[in-house]
Design a protein around this ligand. Sequence first.
Ligand SMILES: *[C@@H]1O[C@H](CO)[C@@H](O)[C@H](O)[C@H]1NC(C)=O
Ligand SMILES: *[C@@H]1O[C@H](CO)[C@@H](O)[C@H](O)[C@H]1NC(C)=O
Length: 277
Amino acid sequence: MQQSGSDKHSRASGRSAMASAQCFLCLTVLLAGTAATAKAERSECLDNPPDMSQRGGEAGVIVNDLPGGFKGYVTGAASSSRAIVLASDVFGFEAPLLRQIADKVSEAGYFVVVPDFFNGDYLDSSKNISEWIKLHSPVKAAKDAKPLFAALKKEGKSIGLGGYCWGGKFSVEMGKTSDVKVVSISHPYIVTTDDMKEVKCPIEILGAQYDEVAPPKLVYQYVSVLRHRTEIPYYAKVFPGVAHGFACRYNTTHPFAVKTAEQALGLMIDWFDKYLK
Ligand SMILES: *[C@@H]1O[C@H](CO)[C@@H](O)[C@H](O)[C@H]1NC(C)=O
Ligand SMILES: *[C@@H]1O[C@H](CO)[C@@H](O)[C@H](O)[C@H]1NC(C)=O
């Protein structure tokens, strides 16, 4: 699936009328699916944990005292007028592949910050995700991160936000404020269709065919909200043949997984390039 707010072809496809007609049905399906996905979330968000042995060759540095009191990985030209904040999945900011993504985004001309929103308390299989998420609410984190975004703005930077899993929810929360100019989310966790009513900036959604946390059905529901909001550009794509985590926790020796993750990264950078001036 590929849908774009500015794509005449997809608009003409007649999906819009279909989506409205099925609205009631979708809601029922969503509610019925909640119990099943609650179980899937636990495992899928923890699938394919980062391989810390892949560390090395990082272009950036660790900063211990970002505004707001965060530790973070920082890469790219500090003089750039365009900043990207990357919000991690539950494994946090130490993941080697996430840092590689940050470096690649910086190569496109951005100053990139990957904050440690968990203060070192990452989720792992020994922890209960329901308990952990209470301690690390993405909604609360978006409020706590205000000073960081304010500081970047004060430096004259316009800010884009890329979020993975947990970071997807963080990103839509920030996207409801005027602090960010553009958002891209990949395999988001606990993002709702209501969130799509409140986001104020261009939003890109990158999903996966086999994602049970944000299944294609849910991505379609985000789109059916966004297509009625003509003031917000959006883009959504569901990548075939991959699962939750595909964009930042992929198998680096599997050519298809690598190619798909590279495409997702390319689309995210394109989205930032388009809307971050
Ligand atoms: C995880 O925490 C929730 C909420 O406190 C609780 O209901 C659930 O039983 C816990 N699950 C496990 C496997 O301990
Ligand atoms: C990664 O991909 C390689 C090559 O396809 C495969 O042999 C290996 O089992 C995969 N590793 C995991 C953890 O899935």
